[in-house]
Design a protein around this ligand. Sequence first.
Ligand code: FES
Length: 103
Amino acid sequence: TTTWFKTIPAAAVEQDGVARAQAGGQRVALYAVEGEYFATSDVCTHGQAFLSDGYLDGHLIECPLHQGLFDVRTGAAAGAPCTVPVRSFPVKIEDGVLYVQIE
Ligand code: FES
């Protein structure tokens, strides 16, 4: 089954920026790119770092620890040293609040 978890107001995510939230007992990173919202797990698959502490450039989030890259649309690893994708989650907005769907 899948569940939508309420997170934070869309306005709390800076445009072309990243914010963190809790959803379903896990940390998620929320991204705003050109008015669209995306969500991934907040934890880098390469080491112990939070992507929400990283730097968003277009659709790519740069990990703050070793500057690996992920595509926030899919979670795909997009730059060394990252090779394992991060989980990505569907996002919807209701009444200005972001919901993240986690299985
Ligand atoms: Fe993220 Fe190494 S911990 S790139």
